[in-house]
Design a protein around this ligand. Structure first.
Ligand code: GLP
Length: 244
């Protein structure tokens, strides 16, 4: 727990830098990093960009997999997660474009797109670090309440509270928020990752953070409680989210 969002982001950015720098990549074995969108990770991305420019970290041997994408939004739409990731992060670092993986919300065959994504993650063997955030009601990626511990990459239906929470990015107009998304599953995250790191900022995450840590383990009503089922989870939060 940190007193400010800035300190929390700084800590997690340094953790990522150290982990990547300690790793010994080979041509066939890159560092595999899972990434989220949302306002919570923005500070981390800003700090990683600076570190990259300062030469403290390179992403040349890093392969990324994003957690999710809205269904039906083209990458040029500024609310698509493609747009977010390039705008906030990828355009400013030295990562090779072919190392970036994001679900395609415009894929003709959605089922095949999800299958390929899941298979590609498995081909890399493991995700060394999966960074994530929490939805205010305890969702992880776009795994809404009711998601199974065994869930893998698939099309999901967004619940009303998520649509409402994310409408702030769509002119505060819920009707503009997509109703569906593609998302990695709980199993995709927990069963493929060496470490899961979660950034939780702000008072409106108090409920979700409490359910994640103190709630019943593996409670499908609060998918972030599945994190209790992984033995290497780092939760970094500010005092507001911790209720301090
Ligand atoms: C969206 C994303 C989640 C993210 C959540 C919280 O629903 N799909 O992956 O964790 O928003 O976002 P924020 O950090 O903006 O509160």
């Amino acid at each position: 727990t940190f007193s400010s969002a800035e300190d929390a982001s700084n800590y997690l950015a340094e953790h990522i830098i150290q982990k990547i720098n300690k790793f010994n990549p080979t041509a066939t074995k890159p560092f595999v990093l899972g990434l989220p969108t949302g306002s919570s990770p923005e500070g981390i991305y800003a700090k990683l960009i600076i570190a990259n420019k300062q030469g403290r970290i390179t992403f040349k041997n890093v392969v990324t997999f994003n957690m999710d994408e809205y269904l039906g939004l083209p990458p040029t739409n500024d609310q698509s997660y493609h747009y977010f990731m390039y705008n906030k992060f990828f355009n400013h670092i030295d990562i090779p474009r072919q190392n970036i993986n994001i679900l395609n919300g415009l894929a003709k065959d959605i089922e095949q797109e999800c299958k390929n994504y899941e298979a590609k993650i498995k081909r890399f063997g493991k995700i060394h670090l999966f960074l994530g955030g929490l939805g205010p009601e305890g969702h992880l990626a776009f795994n809404e309440a009711g998601s199974s511990r065994r869930s893998i990459t698939r099309k999901v239906t967004l619940v009303e509270s998520t649509i409402k929470a994310n409408s702030r990015f769509f002119d505060n107009d819920s009707s503009k928020v997509p109703r569906y998304a593609l998302s990695v599953g709980i199993s995709t995250i927990l069963d493929n990752s060496e470490e899961v790191a979660i950034i939780v900022l702000g008072e409106n995450k108090k409920f979700a953070l409490d359910k994640t840590i103190n709630g019943k383990k593996n409670d499908p009503r609060f998918p972030s409680s599945y994190l209790q089922d992984h033995d290497n989870v780092l939760i970094v939060c500010d005092n507001a989210a911790a209720g301090l």
